[in-house]
Design a protein. Structure first.
Length: 676
């Protein structure tokens, strides 16, 4: 298959997986991508052979993924649990390497010990990205999450370094323990120091360019994305571990980067985060899809190999997975039992739930992208020119183990650490707090509205209504039915028109026909509002109500009344608008502000249609200019409300930062539009 076609298939599979993840939330994203890869591999007319240079896989996939994980890692968690994390990231990797290596060599002597140790080293690193997709149904506690994320950050590097030494021994056929230990120490320590130096240097370059006014968002993001590749390549040239250098540089850059708050910093943060999210999602998706594509080929080669029975090969995968799980569980349980308390420094006593916590940390560390990328970098030949011993079998064993550990994590982790209802409630509370801030902005804008800025204020308020609607639709929050408010407005309008008839100010016959139609509409709205609330049909019912209401309003305004009936209609609509404004000013707790303003906006549209007035180009331009000023005012109000909500502990610091960044970005967009 041509390279271009392969890239298209991979990108299509990653895009499809993003959709399927929403449709099948109980199945983790890596498993979906593996399944898509298997489907592509089985549908292909010709076998899909992935022939990447070993170093190519490391620099293209591993370096950027580790750099991003290092920048976003929990630095406080790394410091608090540094001993346990180092034990898992280095000691456990070596333990798994030895346990799997010697076991595989004993089970299958055709795999040399060095090659078996390389397989064990590749299976040492865990994949936190795979577990992150399980957060919808699983909830490890804070310590378990810190251990898993910190371990995955560092053990990738130690696993890759150990793999490289084992492969080197398998390729050359020689292995000196003392020399290997010295080389390992040099690569390990040198990689960390080299990465720290490069991280400081990269940050100095960015600060210098910023002071000279030569920095830009585009340059900054491109420089940030390019850094892991440059750091990895420079480290390899220097003879130290490129993986550790990338991790160290990522941590250093995130620690010393500018923390200032403002529109420019927010824009840079949002753009950079978006780019890295897309890049990381794409790289991880491609790796897991490649795993699925390689499975049929690896199975075919291994299945057709007469030297090993097929059931024996499957048994090897199960045995290797069992060795991994048991080794990891014993190691983590030992940390729990013999570890010391951080505050007192004393050894922890045995406590209930210790075994469950150790099992969560064990199952929560499946193998994934790093393991596959590393094992696929296994050379095809040795130094003597012969084929690397049992390369296809090693890839098959690694792929099967990845798949099995992912299945265990997907189905066991939600049982061991189910997501509590409190997390869901906290998420809903966060969204409700954001909506409450938007409502306060609407109320303050409405209070500051004048006759001159009425149209511009209405446009800005409508944009906040749209933001509220998007938040409500995303989380399906319960809202006060619009039909109830519409029915109340119609009742008030009917009473107003009937009072005018009693006073002899309007024609009673025309009013009677209009009131009769209004009562029919009110009956339809109230009957819809009284319908049973079926949870999974709430959105459909709300949309149906709105569609019915708009259809009735179209009938209302579509008929051609005489001039008297039109004047009565205009009087009624104006009174409805006046009544809605009264509700808004009186802070009526029965209806949220955005609902009142939305209904009021629909009545203003009806009024404009009834009066048959069209705004001129000049008036539209004046309104647009005023809208920019109202938008600036709204953004400043929103920042004030965010700060008030933070000080009142209605939102967290993380939520406040996220909301501020969004406001700053909208401010930047507004300034850019003005400059254009």
């Amino acid at each position: 298959m041509q390279t271009f076609e392969l890239v298209l298939f991979l990108l299509a599979a990653v895009l499809i997986s993003a959709v399927l993840e929403r449709v099948i939330p109980r199945v983790s994203l890596p498993l979906i991508q593996i399944a898509l890869g298997v489907a592509i591999g089985m549908m292909a007319t010709d076998p899909i052979q992935i022939n990447f240079d070993p170093s190519f896989f490391l620099v293209v996939f591993i370096a950027p993924l580790l750099f991003r994980d290092a920048k976003e890692s929990d630095k406080l968690g790394l410091v608090r649990h540094r001993q346990a994390i180092l034990s898992l990231a280095v000691g456990l990797v070596v333990a798994i390497m030895l346990a799997v290596g010697f076991s595989v060599h004993v089970l299958e002597p055709s795999i040399p010990l060095a090659a078996a140790l390389a397989l064990g080293a590749a299976l040492g690193p865990t994949d936190a990205v795979a577990v992150a997709s399980l957060t919808n149904t699983a909830e490890p506690n804070r310590k378990e999450s810190a251990l898993l994320s910190g371990e995955a950050l560092i053990n990738d590097a130690s696993g890759v370094v150990a793999f490289q030494f084992a492969v080197s021994a398998a390729v050359t056929g020689t292995f000196a323990v003392a020399s290997a230990a010295a080389d390992f120490a040099f690569a390990f320590v040198g990689g960390i120091l080299f990465g720290i130096a490069l991280g400081w240097f990269a940050r100095w370059i960015m600060k210098t360019l910023d002071r000279m006014g030569l920095d830009s968002t585009t340059f900054h993001v491109m420089f940030d994305v390019t850094l892991p590749f440059l750091i990895y390549l420079l480290s390899e040239i220097a003879g130290v571990s490129g993986i550790l250098a990338v991790v160290a540089a990522g941590i250093v850059i995130s620690l010393i980067e500018d923390r200032t708050i403002g529109p420019k910093a927010a824009q840079l943060s949002i753009v950079s985060t978006s780019v890295w999210n897309v890049l990381a999602f794409g790289l991880n998706g491609i790796v897991f899809t490649l795993l699925g594509m390689e499975l049929p080929l690896a199975m075919q080669g291994t299945w057709s190999y007469a030297g090993i029975d097929n059931f024996t090969v499957v048994g090897y995968v199960v045995a290797i997975t069992a060795i991994l799980v048991v080794t990891r569980f014993v190691w983590v349980l030992g940390l729990e039992y013999f570890g010391r308390d951080l505050s007192s420094g004393k050894r922890r006593h045995r406590r209930p739930g210790m075994a469950r916590s150790a099992l969560v940390t064990t199952i929560g560390g499946p193998k994934g992208a790093v393991t596959l990328s590393v094992v696929l970098s296994t050379p095809y030949t040795t130094a003597s020119g012969v084929d690397f011993p049992q390369r296809d079998l090693i890839i098959f064993l690694a792929s099967g183990t990845i798949l099995l550990t992912l299945l265990l994590a997907n189905f066991l982790l939600p049982v061991l650490a189910p997501k509590s209802q409190k997390v869901v409630e906290d998420e809903d509370d966060r969204i409700r707090s954001e909506i409450d801030i938007f409502r306060r902005v609407i109320e303050r804008l409405t209070e500051a509205r004048t006759e001159e800025t009425s149209a511009a204020t209405h446009m800005v308020v409508q944009s906040y209504n749209d933001r509220i609607a998007r938040a409500q639709n995303k989380w399906d929050l319960e809202t006060v039915p619009e039909a109830k408010l519409q029915a109340e407005v119609i009742t008030h309008q009917i009473g107003y028109l009937e009072a005018l008839v009693d006073e002899g100010k309007i024609d009673d016959i025309e009013t009677f026909h209009l009131v009769r139609r209004l009562r029919q509409i009110r009956g339809t709205l109230t009957s819809s509002a009284a319908a049973p609330d079926i949870r999974h049909l709430k959105k459909v019912v709300r949309r149906s109500r709105r569609a019915l209401h708009h259809w009735l309003e179209t009938i209302r305004i579509g008929r051609k009344p005489n001039s008297t009936a039109l004047e009565i209609k205009i009087l009624g609509i104006r009174e409805s608008i006046r009544y809605l404004n009264h509700l808004l000013r009186s802070n009526d707790d029965r209806y949220p502000a955005e609902l009142i303003t939305r209904v009021c906006a629909s009545h203003r549209t009806l009024l404009a249609q009834a009066e048959r007035k069209r705004p001129s180009i000049t008036s539209y331009a004046r309104t647009a200019d005023k809208t920019d000023a109202i938008e600036r005012l709204a953004y400043n109000i929103e920042l004030e409300e965010i700060q008030d909500a933070l000080e009142a502990h209605r939102i967290t610091k993380a939520t406040a930062k996220h909301m501020r960044d969004n406001v700053y970005l909208m401010m930047v967009d507004l300034e850019v539009l003005d400059s254009d």
